[in-house]
Write a protein that binds this ligand. Structure first.
Ligand code: G
Ligand code: G
Length: 256
């Protein structure tokens, strides 16, 4: 209860921040994009991540406000990165969308609005939804995803491989990117895991989707993922989530 009040106050005081974790091309380790991640700059406890406040945020509906903040901030930063870097394919950003947000049709209005107000290459602002969220109600999700795609946003499915149920469904969703979950990535090289990983990556490519491996922690993870056919990765091996200012510096964009 008091955490809810604290969280609401934190939002009003600007203590809820959006950080960005790099996604790199495994081929040459250049930056392909970033994933936006919420952080709470707590005045006494320091920096907190969503494992410490995400559940309360979801239960109280505050995630909707946090989600809008992440969407707005990410679109603004992505536009700045793209002004600095004219590369093809364009630099992208993934923004997490939670269950509550997906259930609201306001999401469509919000996405449309940020895309109209920011000069962003079509498809490069990607909404990231977990496999679990999509599978909660696949028919509803498919319908929402189709409409989000029509607005000009991209779509990434995260935690891919955490439940095989989604394999059959994968082609019925308009995802352009799948992100393989950390639990899966971390088991590369261990016999059948590598075989499964290679097939998942190849399946995604056959369906025309890009593949990002999440949670690559070491250089050997990175090398193995590349050998398994994965083109993109994210994880401590390449960089932790950083502030908007640091991200701008990294891509050579003008400071705010
Ligand atoms: O920051 P950390 O890597 O611990 O993030 C943990 C989880 O918190 C992520 O996997 C994601 O599901 C969730 N999360 C982070 N940022 C956001 C956000 O902006 N919106 C939503 N809905 N969830 C987020
Ligand atoms: O599921 P989601 O993408 O929201 O999860 C991102 C979370 O994972 C964040 O909390 C982030 O800090 C964390 N994270 C990012 N890279 C790594 C990594 O290489 N290893 C581990 N253990 N956690 C990571």
């Amino acid at each position: 209860l008091t955490l809810e009040a604290d969280l609401r106050r934190a939002l009003e005081r600007g203590e809820i921040k959006v950080f960005f974790q790099p996604v790199v091309r495994l081929e040459d380790r250049t930056i392909a994009g970033f994933e936006a991640l919420l952080r709470w700059d707590h005045p006494r406890l320091g920096q907190l991540d969503p494992s410490e406040f995400g559940q309360v945020a979801e239960q109280t509906g505050l995630v909707v406000d946090f989600g809008l903040l992440a969407l707005e901030r990410t679109a603004r930063e992505l536009a700045a990165w793209q002004r600095a870097l004219a590369v093809d394919p364009p630099i992208f950003a993934c923004v997490n969308i939670g269950s509550r947000q997906l259930l609201r049709h306001d999401l469509l209005r919000d996405v449309k609005s940020v895309l109209m107000r920011n000069d962003i290459v079509k498809g490069s602002l990607k909404l990231e939804l977990s496999e679990g969220l999509v599978m909660e109600n696949p028919e509803y999700a498919a319908q929402m995803l189709g409409r989000i795609k029509e607005l000009g946003a991209g779509l990434a499915m995260s935690d891919f491989g955490s439940g095989y149920s989604s394999l059959a469904y994968l082609q019925s969703f308009p995802f352009d990117t799948i992100k393989i979950g950390r639990s899966f990535t971390r088991q590369t090289g261990k016999g059948s895991r590598a075989v499964i990983l290679r097939s998942l990556i190849s399946l995604a490519h056959d369906l025309g989707m890009d593949v990002v491996a999440e949670g690559a922690e070491t250089e050997s993870d990175a090398i193995e993922l590349y050998q398994l056919g994965c083109a993109y990765a994210q994880g401590y091996a390449f960089g932790r989530p950083i502030s908007p200012m640091e991200a701008r510096r990294l891509v050579g964009a003008a400071p705010e």
